[in-house]
Design a protein around this ligand. Structure first.
Ligand SMILES: Cc1cc2nc3c(=O)[nH]c(=O)nc-3n(C[C@H](O)[C@H](O)[C@H](O)COP(=O)(O)O)c2cc1C
Length: 157
């Protein structure tokens, strides 16, 4: 199984999760920061996973642009999934709490957009917790990311 993981990351937490997912996946995995991914031919992969920090309940503008620029049906016959990083409830300020209540998180939206380009959802979108805007990741999240990836591999096999 050839997998492409495309991620965005301002403070490095989403990048770490991307690499943990790559470690958990069977087969050949390419991990690219979103600004390196725009010229990649997604059709050469069996599985595309897109990961983003949650910004105002959504993916970052760069991730959104990446998905928007995929031609219609570009992901036909390709398995897809998505993840985000997000602040835990106890670390959320008042503003982010309100935004979360209204808009939720990025992963579900990304997954829907990938399905909209023809992708087949291979695993439920997942969120990984950071303790504050810059992190660090909550303890155990890297292991949970690798486990999530193993689950995708099994489902796909
Ligand atoms: C502009 C901005 C908006 C954010 N909005 C949210 C949000 O709506 N919900 C949330 O849980 N976290 C929010 N966060 C926290 C980010 O999710 C957190 O910074 C990110 O997961 C860190 O990932 P990174 O280290 O890969 O950049 C926001 C952070 C920034 C900078």
């Amino acid at each position: 199984m050839a997998t492409l993981i495309v991620y965005d990351s301002a403070y490095g937490n989403t990048e770490k999760i991307s690499k943990a997912i790559a470690d958990g996946l069977a087969g050949q995995t390419t991990v690219l920061r979103v600004n390196e991914a725009n010229s990649v031919d997604v059709k050469t992969f069996d599985l595309l996973i897109v990961g983003s920090p949650t910004y105002g309940g959504r993916a970052t503008p760069a991730i959104k642009r990446f998905i928007d620029h995929l031609p219609a049906n570009a992901l036909n016959n390709i398995n897809v999934s998505a993840f985000d990083t997000r602040i835990s409830g106890k670390d959320k300020g008042f503003g982010i709490k309100i935004i979360t209540n209204i808009f939720g998180y990025a992963a579900g939206r990304i997954a829907k957009e990938l399905e909209g380009k023809g992708g087949k959802l291979a695993a439920s979108p997942e969120g990984f917790i950071v303790e504050g805007k810059e992190g660090p990741l909550k303890q155990g999240e890297l292991e949970r990311a690798a486990d999530w990836a193993k689950h995708i591999g099994q489902k796909d096999a």
